[in-house]
Design a protein around this ligand. Structure first.
Ligand code: PEP
Length: 250
């Protein structure tokens, strides 16, 4: 049985003070979230602080991105070994905002995935279609293409060391959530595609749903057969909202 994982992506939000308060609120309530695994992904500059504040708690730390390179003249980049220095366990790669706003394509995302895995981080690989792509009926083609870039570079076995987050772009930060059935259909497609290559990998890999998850819809989404938790944006910025989602994972 796969453990439910709820990961908060704080994006470029927060301040020194608000992040201290947010972590205090989440750590105080995390014990009530039962068996659900929890992770938070702060902006890079707050990772050392959050790492210290999380010490001794059940909450894991993750990054929102990582360089595909190990070290060197790459101004502005953060390497996976730097993330390791501060105890990061997860690394989000291929978030739709990175793909759409910063032109990060499937191959670049695959190289970031490879770098994270090589450093012992667990990549959270984001995949998902735009509204236009859904309306064209090519959701599965898009998701398959995004997965195939990683499988081609790293092999199917690499997916067993990762987490996949299905995030329909039209549901991110818009308040529009995919219905549990819509989400489950794509999750089942992803697991089925992986099963066609390696049943063991398909059975093991956690597939999270992301896109306007809230305390009020999390339970229904997480109860679907192939949905193993959530990647949470907006609702991860308030401790009570985030904890309500974590509790729904039980
Ligand atoms: C996200 O950006 O990964 C996300 C799911 O955002 P939101 O929950 O705000 O839709």
């Amino acid at each position: 049985m796969r453990q439910t994982l709820v990961a908060g992506n704080w994006k470029m939000n927060g301040s020194l003070e608000s992040i201290k308060q947010l972590v205090a609120g989440i750590t105080a309530g995390a014990a009530d979230s039962g068996d659900t695994a929890i992770a938070v992904c702060p902006p890079f500059v707050y990772i050392p602080l959050v790492s210290e504040l999380l010490a001794g708690s059940k909450i894991a730390l993750g990054s929102q991105d990582n360089s595909d390179q190990e070290a060197g003249a790459f101004t502005g980049e953060i390497s996976c070994s730097m993330l390791n220095d501060f105890g990061c366990r997860y690394a989000i790669v291929g978030h739709s905002e990175r793909r759409a706003l910063y032109g990060e394509d499937d191959d670049f995302t695959a190289r970031k995935f490879a770098a994270a895995r090589k450093a012992g981080l667990t990549p959270i690989l984001c995949v998902g279609e735009s509204l236009e792509e859904r309306e064209q009926g090519i959701t599965e083609d898009v998701v398959a293409r995004q997965l195939d870039a990683v499988i081609k570079l790293e092999g199917i076995a690499a997916i067993a060391d990762a987490v996949i987050a299905y995030e329909p772009v039209w549901a991110i930060g818009t308040g529009k959530t995919a219905s549990p059935r819509q989400a489950q259909d794509v999750h089942a497609f992803i697991r089925g595609k992986l099963a066609g290559l390696d049943q063991g990998v398909a059975d093991k890999v956690q597939i999270l749903y992301g896109g306007s998850v809230k305390g009020s819809n999390a339970k229904e989404l997480f109860s679907m057969q192939d949905i193993d938790g959530g990647l949470i944006g907006g609702a991860s910025l308030a401790a009570d909202d985030f904890l309500a989602i974590c509790t729904a994972g039980n």
